[in-house]
Design a protein around this ligand. Structure first.
Ligand SMILES: [Zn+2]
Length: 58
């Protein structure tokens, strides 16, 4: 049997562009599974642009 933690959507502010974005329950679950301790500090757009600019695909 699996125990599932329940998450709720959270609104965070991007440190790059200052825009508010949603850290969704699904993303929080994903982060927890990966063992990430920190919440995302950038909105998906800024994360995407950083990703594409360093040329690696993950
Ligand atoms: Zn941003």
């Amino acid at each position: 049997m699996e125990t599932k933690k329940e998450y709720t959507d959270k609104t965070l502010t991007c440190r790059d562009c200052g825009k508010e974005f949603t850290f969704t329950a699904g993303e929080q679950d994903f982060y927890a599974q990966k063992g990430f301790q920190n919440e995302p500090t950038r909105c998906p757009e800024c994360r995407a642009s950083r990703k594409s600019s360093n040329g690696r695909r993950g």
